[in-house]
Design a protein around this ligand. Structure first.
Ligand SMILES: Cc1cc2nc3c(=O)[nH]c(=O)nc-3n(C[C@H](O)[C@H](O)[C@H](O)COP(=O)(O)OP(=O)(O)OC[C@H]3O[C@@H](n4cnc5c(N)ncnc54)[C@H](O)[C@@H]3O)c2cc1C
Ligand SMILES: O=C(O)[C@@H]1CCCC=N1
Length: 393
């Protein structure tokens, strides 16, 4: 392996494009297995233009879809391992409350998955919710189920930790290098704004830019890129909804999109509450305010906060931005390119991929080294999208 700054004259085993959480974990797993790996990132690191920035993300076993709960068992272990390697906390247990009408079918699937996987949890009626969480004002007929294992991942710190781990294993990370061309073949040739590199395999984890890199390779995935308003709400009594007051993360199953929140921690006195959707936006235009007048997602959040969380000021105190890259079914894309089997794609993390990144990275690593993946890949295959351009298949 070449020393930092020296040109690398030989072939890499694998090049990974995109140093968000998914590409960084993929590169980390590859380097841990002794693969000579290059991780390329278009922006100077750290940056806040993709999907992996910010201080916090929810981690939970609770899912309505069993395949994710299954993967989370391993993901928790891999986060712990990274935490030990980093020598700094990456996770704080807070618990999570899933809230919905007690007849809601998705809510019932959450309850079933938690029970089937023996995840420590508790069921609440509207009355018992009021008793245990005085900051929440549930309506009649509402129910709750907790996931006691859930909590908050310190996202920025976690991203740095996995990139540091990758470099400690001998991996090369080059930021400020945008990939401008990919030539497939037994040896893949990758041109960037800074040089030309070759590898036996390529992994594309480009977040909202995925289709920009895939289109010249004859593949357009049904991905929708959304600009998300990340809203923080002021506590009327500082700390009332905080981690120290044991306020949990929550996920309210609302129609048409869910609302989720994390206890106050990262900004003192401010609770993060977001709408699980946003306005369609090209990632290059993410900093331009949406053209439509008014912000319907923020209006929905204001109504939610004034109805259910009476101890918060129903006006966002801080609004930051982030990108989602959604698939139609909100399941990830983890697959090989249909025509070029040494090009592996990780995309469409649909606003819920951070917690699963340690396992996603392992699966993308397994696909790129030609190993049998550890989990069923059925939910994640490209062929589940029937309307792909025939050129790709
Ligand atoms: C507001 C918000 C809240 C969320 N909350 C949660 C949560 O609570 N729990 C959870 O599990 N998940 C959550 N998520 C989802 C999670 O953060 C994402 O699924 C995850 O970060 C996606 O990572 P990624 O690596 O695919 O994308 P990105 O982080 O966008 O990384 C892609 C990288 O590729 C680079 N790139 C693109 N094109 C090129 C190129 N041509 N050359 C070089 N580099 C390139 C980009 O610059 C970028 O750095 C949330 C997301 C958002 C936005
Ligand atoms: O993945 C998560 O836990 C959060 C909350 C639910 C919606 C999306 N992201």
């Amino acid at each position: 392996m070449a020393a930092a700054g020296e040109p690398h004259s030989s072939l890499y085993d694998t090049i990974v494009v995109g140093a968000g959480i998914q590409g960084s974990f993929t590169a980390y797993h590859l380097a841990k297995r002794g693969r000579d790996t290059l991780l390329l990132e278009q922006f100077p690191l750290p940056h806040s233009r993709g999907s992996s920035h910010g201080q916090s993300r929810i981690i939970r076993h609770a899912y309505a879809q069993e395949h994710y709960t299954q993967m989370m068992a391993e993901s928790y272990g891999l986060w712990e391992q990274l935490e030990a390697e980093a020598g700094a906390p990456l996770y704080r247990q807070t618990g999570l409350l899933v809230l919905a009408a007690n007849t809601n079918p998705e809510f019932q699937r959450f309850c079933q998955t938690l029970a089937q996987h023996h995840i420590p949890s508790e069921l609440f009626t509207a009355e018992s919710l009021r008793g245990r969480f005085p900051g929440i004002r549930p309506y009649c007929g509402e129910a709750g189920v907790s996931d006691r294992t859930a909590g908050v991942l310190y996202a920025d710190r976690a991203l740095r930790a996995v990139q540091d781990g990758f470099r400690r294993c001998g991996g090369a990370l080059r930021d400020s290098e945008q990939v401008t061309d990919i030539q497939p073949g037994v040896v893949v040739t990758v041109t960037t704004s800074g040089g030309v590199y070759q590898a036996k395999s390529l992994v594309i984890t480009a977040g909202p830019w995925a289709n920009k890199l895939l289109a010249p390779l004859g593949l357009l995935l049904p991905l929708q890129t959304l600009r998300i308003n990340v809203c923080y709400w002021k506590e009327k009594v500082p700390g009332a909804y905080g981690v120290s007051a044991h306020f949990p993360c929550f996920l309210a199953i609302c129609d048409p999109h869910h609302i989720y929140g994390l206890p106050s921690n990262e900004y003192p006195g401010l609770v993060k509450i977001c709408y699980h959707s946003g306005s369609p936006a090209d990632p290059e235009e993410r900093d331009r305010p949406p053209e439509a007048s008014g912000l319907p997602d923020i209006q929905v959040l204001q109504d939610f906060v004034s109805k259910y969380l009476p101890g918060l000021v129903p006006e966002p105190a801080v609004v930051e931005h982030c990108m989602y890259t959604n698939t139609p079914d909100e399941d990830f894309v983890l697959d090989r390119h249909p025509k070029f089997s040494n090009i592996v794609i990780g995309a469409g993390f649909s606003g819920h991929g951070f917690k699963l990144a340690p396992v996603v990275g392992k699966l993308l690593c397994q696909l790129s080294v030609g190993e049998e993946p550890s989990y069923t890949m059925e939910p994640f295959g490209i062929r589940r999208f029937p309307a792909l351009p025939p050129a790709a298949l």
